[in-house]
Design a protein around this ligand. Structure first.
Ligand SMILES: [Fe+2]
Length: 155
């Protein structure tokens, strides 16, 4: 398992852990703020995302202890711009999820060619996060639009 910068990898993994834990809190929080006709499926989707973020946090924590390091007790930044619309929630989630995706890419770069296990883990997470981002982008499209049609920021 030698050959990669263990300290750097642990630091990336801890950032991932914190970012995913922030996701748990953020999605749970968002799920309280959805009203109107679409409430039930949207609330349940947001809570599924909270559960998935918790699973991702567990996976990152397990990787940290696998490497003999100590998992952070911290939590990533929690944005709350008090924007209640579902579009705003989804756009905010795209921004924060892209930070997690960058961390998984950084992990892949740090371990590439040195650890099949960590490489495989990073690749699987990149796959999961990119699929997730794609799903959110589809939710932000307008009906009848096949391409990304994000409304301008602030609307
Ligand atoms: Fe995640």
């Amino acid at each position: 398992m030698a050959g990669f910068d263990k300290e750097r990898v642990n630091s990336i993994l801890n950032s991932i852990l914190e970012q995913e834990l922030a996701g748990v809190v953020r999605y749970t929080h968002y799920s309280f703020l959805v009203f109107g006709h679409g409430r039930i499926p949207i609330v349940s989707w947001l809570r599924e995302q909270a559960t998935e973020s918790l699973l991702h946090a567990h996976q990152a924590g397990e990787m940290i202890t696998h490497l003999g390091a100590y998992p952070s007790l911290g939590i990533g930044p929690l944005l709350d711009r008090h924007q209640g619309s579902v579009d705003a929630i989804l756009r905010e989630s795209l921004v924060t999820e892209s930070k997690a995706l960058k961390l998984y890419h950084a992990l892949l770069e740090a371990v590439a060619g040195h650890s099949v296990m960590l490489e495989e883990y990073a690749r699987q997470m990149i796959f999961a996060e990119e699929m997730h981002a794609g799903e959110v982008e589809k939710m932000l499209r307008r009906q009848g639009s096949i391409v990304e049609d994000l409304p301008p920021e602030g609307k």
